[in-house]
Design a binder for this molecule. Structure first.
Ligand code: G16
Length: 548
């Protein structure tokens, strides 16, 4: 027996009952992950669900939040003990989610482990998370996440190498047990990929011509990427990147680039001092926020506008094969797909559902209402990619964000859209609300609510057109005869109680009616949404906690 093999220890453990991955991996309070064996049980359950990785490469990195470094040391030692041949780790334990996806693909790795709770706050009293990505660079599909959960319920032991901590800050190679551990630059591969997709010289020229922007990295993972690309390669003025240093507690902020947690950017964009573009990304770098001077762009509109203009970027100049959006995302993109005569796919919430469509070449661009957009360049949504795409479109069209959005609405109509979140409500009330809705579904069609008539109502189910797998119970849809829509679902990413999400949408073709304030434009539907689901009775809340 070699010395390395002798260092492998098998540790006895008992199952934790709560390790079922949600919308995007396992997310829990940090203190839950810090319990003895908790993280190790889940990591072993991942490895036990996989076949054929002996001697192959695993990519490991995270968003830099509290417990990131400790978790990475555990993952490295367990990956070595389980038989991976090489472990690639982003320097400092840093890899944004899209950069991890890019690295898995570029290195032809077997898969990757990303330590992140995304846009959830970080710190000892906040959240932590872990997810497994497969060899295409994308989140593990349900078949694998369910296998991981099954293993986690019966686990009796895990394997780990006895070894000192790896120096995560020194580029280069070392060994842990029999595995090679390579610490790599977390930015380089991602940056080169972006250079192949976008017209960097044209964007740089736009900055030289006086274009101004503020990008808020929210003290999370995108700081190093944004500084290298925006201020480095593209020549945005120094100071264009705000909060560019990843901090373990994200500077006590909530790294969610929405109108609540990035309110300061919205206020700046609406002020006299507004730069041409305000943008932000989230904890792990996969979400994006885009606000032009005087013009917020909803994620759903952003997806539609990107789809309509992607051909202006060199990486997409041949056109796009199709567009996919999550079911609750507005149907603005559908109108673009119709005009371009390309496929439009409606999937359940969760980026993992886009993987098969991208791999099969059915779609090029994907997006979600939850501030996510991306393309076939990786298999995750990608915050900086979306912002670079916008910069490319702005450089090519030589118009403002506001003019581009207005012109888009004039050409395609406007989908007024809003999401109302009721966060941290009691799980019993949330379940009762959804059960109550399901019970009402058969009787809703044909019912009138004010001037609106329900045309159809169902619980969304998705049959994957590539592998035929079926995912049921993916959100309650109430569809009205005028094309309006209300969707209800419970979030799969929260870590306390339940979060009810209500998605409300109304289509307005008339450009003369494109200037109504969103909540006012949706007021009748908002009231109907409360009435149908009896939101107040089930949640005890009069108003949502977050409106986006
Ligand atoms: C994750 C998923 C997204 C999903 C979002 C919201 O994003 O990757 O696909 O749309 O959560 O999910 P839910 O409505 O279930 O909370 P992220 O940025 O948190 O990884």
């Amino acid at each position: 027996m070699t010395l390395a093999l002798a260092e492998i220890r098998t540790i006895a453990t008992t199952p934790f009952p709560d390790q079922r991955p949600g919308t995007s991996g396992l997310r829990k309070k940090t203190k839950v992950f810090q319990q003895p064996h908790y993280l190790a049980n889940f990591v072993q359950s991942i490895f036990s669900s996989l076949d054929g990785f002996e001697g192959k490469t695993l990519v490991v990195g995270g968003d830099g939040r509290f417990f990131n470094r400790e978790a990475i040391q555990i993952v490295i030692r367990m990956a070595a003990a389980n038989g991976f041949g090489e472990i690639l780790v982003g320097r400092g334990g840093i890899l944004s989610t899209p950069a991890a996806s890019a690295l898995i693909r570029a290195e032809k790795a077997f898969g990757g482990i990303v330590l992140s709770a995304s846009h959830n706050p970080g710190g000892p009293d906040a959240d932590f998370g872990i997810k497994y990505n497969i060899s295409n660079g994308g989140p593990a599909p349900e078949k694998i996440t369910e296998a991981i959960f099954a293993h986690s319920k019966t686990i009796e032991s895990y394997r780990i190498v006895e070894a000192p901590d790896v120096d995560l800050d020194a580029l280069g190679e070392t060994r842990v047990g029999e595995a090679k551990v390579r610490i790599v630059d977390p930015v380089a591969v991602y940056q080169s990929l972006m250079e192949t997709l976008f017209d960097f010289p044209a964007i740089a020229q736009m900055f030289r011509d006086g274009f101004t922007m503020k990008f808020d990295a929210m003290s999370a993972v995108t700081g190093p990427y944004a500084k290298a690309i925006l201020e480095g390669s593209l020549g945005a003025a120094p100071g264009s990147v705000l909060n560019g240093e990843p901090l373990p507690d994200f500077g006590h902020h909530h790294p969610d680039p929405n109108l609540v947690h990035a309110r300061h950017l919205y206020d700046l964009a609406m002020s006299d001092a507004a730069p041409d573009l305000c943008a932000a990304s989230d904890g792990d770098g996969d979400r994006n926020l885009v606000i032009g001077r005087g013009q917020f762009v909803t994620p759903s509109d952003s997806l539609a506008i990107i789809a309509a203009n992607a051909h202006l970027a060199p990486g997409y100049k041949g056109g796009i094969a199709g567009v996919a959006r999550s079911m609750p995302t507005s149907r603005a993109a559908d109108r673009v797909a119709e005009k371009l005569k390309i496929g439009l796919y409606e999937t359940p919430t969760g980026w993992k559902f886009f993987g098969n469509l991208l791999d099969a070449g059915k779609v090029t661009i994907c997006g979600e209402e939850s501030a996510g957009a991306g393309s076939n360049h990786v298999r995750e949504k990608d915050g900086l990619w979306a912002i670079l795409m916008w910069l490319n479109i702005l450089a090519a069209r030589k118009q403002s964000v506001k003019d581009i959005v207005r012109a888009h609405w004039a050409a395609f109509g406007r989908n007024y859209y809003s999401r109302h979140d009721y966060e941290e409500i009691a799980s019993e009330g949330a379940d009762a609300l959804i059960d109550g809705l399901r019970a009402k579904l058969p009787g809703l069609a044909g019912k009138n609510f004010g001037a609106l008539t329900v045309e159809a109502a169902d619980d969304f189910a998705y049959a994957d057109p590539v592998d035929g797998s079926v995912s049921k119970n993916q959100g309650i849809r109430v569809l009205f005869a005028d094309g309006s829509r209300i969707v209800y679902r419970l979030s799969g990413t929260g870590t306390a109680g339940a979060t009810l999400r209500v998605y409300i949408e109304r289509f307005e073709p008339d450009p003369a009616k494109h200037d109504i304030e969103t909540q006012a434009a949706l007021a009748d539907l908002i009231a109907i949404a409360g009435e149908i689901a009896e939101i107040r009775r089930h949640t005890g809340r009069d108003t949502p906690s977050v409106i986006t």
